[in-house]
Design a protein around this ligand. Structure first.
Ligand code: ADP
Length: 484
């Protein structure tokens, strides 16, 4: 089964509707983070391959923009059905190349597919408007058109959903695309491209380039003058570089960047709900999520109780390969991810934090890290401004609401935040003051295809999903009509 799903995925670049080797013949290795062993090789694109992919997207743009919305909608709907029908294969593929437990991979298939269903419904609802100018002598006719060929860059943590969240609205809006997935997890994207082709997506509308030379392939495309839109999900550090490149050719951008989510537990919270919500906000995807709770602020009066309950839950989780039944926590993506998690734990302890559970770097193959809970974390610990991307819960305490909000906002990031309270006045008051694009109230999960996903401050620009998601791929055009 394992070898079959990997064997069946195309291993080449997808350009203009055909599967092609990289011009150089080079390939890159895809590894299983649970074992460190190679799963397979896929094509490793050079800048010349990237240019060919962009040319294919540019060539397909006019016909695709002219394709009726209903046709585009039905392609997405068919792709949704195909993804759901192949849930088991896609889930296994993701677990193999990325590490998450199969149950979480299945949940991602459902979540990721939903972007196609959602945007299949949005494709036929793009509207404009007509109004009379204030002077009464002009009519203003407003239409919306696809922005043009897009470059989509995705990370490795949600290999399916990060692709569908960008492809869905681009297809719905009538844009063509070059998609560059993360080199760690190209297989899910290649499988997705094959599914879209099977669903009837015309040649050249989606082109996929897998590469280890992200900078070399991407920069010429952004400077080439033909790509009209960049949609990027990844680190703030890389996002800044890409924004600078986009400035030169005034390319529109949607940037989903890093996070440093605060999670606040007030003294009036239902502690069962708070612990459960924290488990989700912290442990979904092994903590490898830009929405993961990174700093947990708990009111002093409930801090000890909360921490010991959380530590008991974390210690009970089963760590192991994602393919093994019963695994709760899979390996981290690579040894760099593993070392980063361990470094922030050691640093926090050095600064005075106490380890309640976890904190030991396991020996042996695979990039595993144990669920870890730290209490008494100090504000000068590195974890306070490092996106851990691992199963490490850092707990601090606070006395007043004001103190909690100020501490939560003391970061350059502003993606997700979580708050636990049973007092509705307080919930609304605090939510208004929190500087973040998404807030979970008594829940640890904010991701939803029907909601506008995105951040403020250095967590990004623009929103994905929801009613506004398609707008990121559309331009307004208006016609001035004098009426005498
Ligand atoms: P992470 O640290 O989570 O891997 P990155 O921001 O490095 O996040 O990567 C996110 C995506 O951006 C990946 O597809 C990666 O290959 C790509 N990427 C990394 N560096 C660059 C770059 N200089 N130009 C374009 N894309 C890049």
């Amino acid at each position: 089964m394992t070898t079959t799903v990997v064997r069946d995925v195309p291993k080449q670049l997808f350009i203009g509707g055909s599967w092609q080797e990289a011009e150089s013949g080079r390939t890159l290795s895809v590894d299983d983070p649970a074992t460190g062993e190679e799963l397979c090789q896929v094509a490793d694109a050079s800048p010349a391959d990237g240019r060919r992919a962009a040319e294919a997207a540019v060539a397909a743009q006019a016909a695709w923009a002219a394709t009726p919305p209903r046709v585009r909608s039905e392609i997405l709907r068919r792709a949704y059905d195909l993804i759901i029908a192949r849930t088991e294969d896609l889930a296994l593929l993701m677990t193999l190349e990325m590490g998450k437990p199969l149950a979480e991979a299945r949940a991602e298939v459902a979540y990721g597919a939903e972007f196609f269903r959602w945007f299949s419904e949005e494709a036929v609802r793009v509207d404009g408007g007509m109004m009379t100018a204030p002077d009464g002598r002009n009519r203003i006719l407003v239409t919306r058109q696809p922005v043009g060929p897009c470059l989509l860059i995705t990370p490795w943590n949600f290999p399916l959903a990060m692709g569908t969240r960008k492809i869905g609205p681009a297809v719905a809006a009538g844009c063509t695309m070059v998609l560059k997935p993360a080199p760690q997890t190209p297989l899910t994207t290649l499988a997705l491209a094959a599914i879209l082709a099977e669903a009837g997506l015309p040649d050249g509308v989606l082109n996929v380039v897998t590469t280890t030379d992200a900078a070399g392939v991407v920069e010429p495309l952004l400077r080439g003058g033909q790509i009209r839109k960049l949609s990027f999900t990844g680190s703030t550090q890389v996002g800044r570089i890409l924004l600078a490149q986009c400035a030169d050719t005034v390319i529109r951008t949607s940037m989903e960047l890093g996070g440093n989510a605060p999670l606040i537990v007030f003294d009036d919270a239902d502690l069962d709900v708070a612990v459960e919500g924290t488990m989700v906000a912290k442990m979904r995807n092994m903590g490898e999520s830009c929405c993961a709770a990174n700093r947990i602020f708990v009111h002093t009066s409930v801090a000890e109780e909360f921490a010991s309950r959380l530590a008991a839950r974390m210690a009970a989780l089963k760590v192991g390969p994602g393919t093994e039944p019963g695994t709760d926590v899979g390996p981290l993506i690579d040894t760099a991810g593993q070392s980063k998690a361990h470094d922030v734990v050691q640093d926090a302890v050095k600064h005075g934090a106490t380890l309640l559970t976890g904190g030991e770097l396991p020996a042996g193959p695979g990039c595993f890290y144990p669920p870890t809970v730290l209490t008494g974390v100090t504000t000068d610990a590195a974890i306070m401004d490092t996106e851990v991307f691992g199963p490490v819960a850092a707990i601090l305490t606070f006395e007043t609401e004001d103190e909690a909000v100020t501490a939560a906002n003391a970061t350059e990031f502003g993606l997700a935040a979580y708050l636990f309270t049973q007092n509705l006045d307080r919930a609304l008051r605090v939510a208004e003051r929190l500087e973040s694009g998404m807030i979970g109230l008594n829940t640890g999960l904010v991701s939803n295809p029907a909601a506008p996903f995105g951040g403020v401050k250095q967590s990004g620009l623009g929103r994905e999903g929801g009613r506004v998601g398609i707008g990121e791929f559309l331009e307004y055009k208006y016609l001035a009509i004098p009426t005498g």
